[in-house]
Design a protein around this ligand. Structure first.
Ligand code: BYC
Length: 334
């Protein structure tokens, strides 16, 4: 344990009303963040830091859980047993990611029931991307390549997030997302090199998923209300626009290898900046989706509530089992 860490654990809320004590904890917290040390669950942290983490981690967890729906839509219609097995494994991975993330949020003192309640009542968000429909089999490829690709770009810096449990959850999630991205790329490559109809289906999916994928990174930096504080706290390590640019730079050559085009007539290499220029994003569409007016918002949340209600017996059985075998109270889990 380093010096900064040694002084920052809050002994059962001892700082209480003691302002001088709080100031000391605050200094230790700031020093730990400045020294790139990890903040751990029992360390003192500012209320706003805790609230920001709960907001972001919960939104992230909800995205993983809701994100199962668009792809699960294709499990029964996958074109081969191999593709079906791969897709089932991927969707199951997403469920696992959601569970690690709910656990990370729980270390901040917010229970899973509360988080799910906020999701179901619309008080917490999930990623905008999952409010778009999966119309063809090629959409499974486009989600893997673009949506998981965007997720990795965003999440690799989160492996260095200042909050220990979130950063550690990200390490494993990123490894799994890399497989997901590869499977999507491989699926699209097979379609792109297939019949003219298959190629057209792959192109159509990329045309529909490209712009919503760019929106996943959040609003432009000058409209991102949380970025400055989250970066100062080292929760976020890169800005929304920086990550979006990195994603575009990665995708353009990959699209060329796939033999597919990206639906942006303004896309061009900027020699001077060493990056691809890209066209204007329709931010009106993004904010409308966030307000609940995307093509599938209602369908997604209705399905989620139904799954939760229908799963009540599983939670009850799990709680009863825990009481019987551990003598504990069980604590029903989602
Ligand atoms: N969608 O100040 P800003 C996956 C909200 S799932 C919806 O920039 P921040 C996968 C934002 O919350 C991957 N809302 O916020 C799963 C804020 O509103 P509130 C999901 C968005 O937090 C299954 C407001 O806009 N990844 O990989 O500094 C299958 C202003 O934004 C979005 C994560 O969740 C959006 N796209 O930065 C396949 C990553 N963008 O909360 C794949 C973790 C912004 O004040 N999250 N908003 O009401 C983050 O890195 C950050 O939270 C964000 C936004 C970059 C998304």
């Amino acid at each position: 344990m380093t010096t900064a860490a040694a002084h920052r654990t809050d002994p059962a809320g001892a700082y209480g009303e003691d302002t001088a004590g709080t100031a000391e904890f605050e200094r230790a917290f700031d020093a730990a963040v400045a020294a790139d040390e990890r903040i751990e669950p029992r360390d003192w942290m500012p209320d706003a830091y805790r609230a920001t983490l709960v907001r972001q981690i919960a939104q992230h967890a909800h995205s993983e859980i809701i994100g199962m729906q668009p792809e699960a839509n294709w499990i029964t219609r996958a074109p081969s047993l191999r593709r079906k097995a791969i897709l089932m494994a991927k969707v199951q991975d997403e469920a696992g990611h959601g569970l690690y993330l709910y656990s990370a949020a729980e270390t901040l003192g917010t229970g899973r029931d509360e988080l799910l309640d906020k999701l179901h009542s619309g008080r917490q968000k999930y990623s905008s991307i999952f409010n778009y429909p999966t119309l063809t089999w090629a959409d499974v490829g486009a989600i893997g390549w673009l949506v998981d690709g965007a997720a990795i770009t965003n999440q690799v810096p989160l492996c260095r997030c200042s909050y220990g449990p979130y950063a550690r959850a990200m390490v494993r999630i990123c490894k799994e997302e890399s497989f997901h991205q590869r499977q999507g790329y491989e699926l699209l490559l097979a379609l792109s090199n297939g019949t003219p109809e298959q190629h057209a289906m792959a192109q159509d999916a990329v045309d529909r998923w490209w712009w919503p994928s760019l929106m996943m990174f959040g609003p432009p930096d000058d409209e991102s209300q949380h970025s400055a504080q989250s970066m100062a706290w080292k929760i976020k390590r890169r800005s929304n626009d920086e990550l979006r640019q990195r994603f575009v730079d990665i995708c353009v050559p990959q699209a060329e290898s796939l033999g597919l085009t990206l639906p942006d007539p303004d896309l061009r290499w900027d020699e001077e900046r060493g990056h691809y220029e890209f066209g204007a994003i329709d931010w009106t569409e993004f904010w409308e989706v966030l307000k609940g007016n995307g093509p599938c918002n209602e369908e997604r949340i209705t399905q989620r509530r139904r799954a939760h209600d229908e799963g009540a017996w599983v939670r009850e059985a799990g709680a009863a089992y825990a009481v019987k075998h551990t003598g504990g109270t069980g604590g029903a889990r989602a």
